[in-house]
Write a protein that binds this ligand. Structure first.
Ligand SMILES: [Zn+2]
Length: 198
């Protein structure tokens, strides 16, 4: 008969989370063990609610609990300018600058032949469809300044320019190889301001 060890199971489950190694998983598991029952209930409920209620916007691909999302429907935002990012968390990085009042498009990754990710695996068709709608005058390519992010930006520029809009790339004040997610708002603001046409 298999001995069931709830603590070991929890450590194993926590270790599957990104950035959590064996030691951190063990530390978290012991912390949870000592946490009052109500706090555990609240944590479990919050995790389930994320799974049940958060979905992806059918227009821009960002995470949202109402579809279309508030960025896509807000009358205060300029639908003529669309900022293209890799992941939903990059939207928050751009939002933190408080300087951008356009809309977004989330690719859900980058082109990466090494990992077998091609253009068809990303939300590129929906981006082209939005641009074909005719309202968009500028596309800001804000993919990360990594090899994959650069290649994806150039690929998109080639597809988008013939459709009419101005296509710009954020400035590279952001260190090469870094993630927009970890960029402070000053650097991100400068990157947006200094964007250049491709
Ligand atoms: Zn949206």
């Amino acid at each position: 008969m298999k001995h069931i060890d709830p603590l070991a199971d929890l450590v194993t489950a926590l270790q599957r989370l990104p950035g959590i190694g064996a030691k951190s998983a063990q530390r978290l598991a012991y912390h949870l063990l000592k946490t009052p029952r109500e706090e555990i209930d609240a944590l479990a409920a919050a995790m389930l609610s994320v799974k049940d209620r958060v979905t992806y916007c059918s227009i821009c691909g960002n995470i949202t609990d109402v579809d279309p999302c508030s960025y896509c429907t807000s009358p205060d935002r300029d639908g003529r300018i669309v900022c293209v990012v890799e992941q939903p968390e990059n939207v928050s990085a751009v939002e933190r600058t408080r300087g951008f009042r356009g809309r977004y498009h989330v690719l859900m990754g980058t082109i990466s032949p090494l990992q077998g990710i091609g253009p068809d695996d990303l939300k590129i068709k929906s981006l082209l469809a939005r641009v074909a709608g005719g309202e968009i005058t500028e596309i800001i390519l804000a993919t990360n300044p990594t090899v994959e992010g650069e290649a994806t930006a150039l690929y998109l520029a080639r597809l988008l320019k013939p459709l009419g809009p101005k296509v710009t790339r954020i400035a590279m004040g952001i260190p090469v190889g870094s993630d927009l997610d970890y960029t402070d708002e000053f650097t991100m603001s400068k990157a947006m301001e200094g964007r250049r046409e491709l």
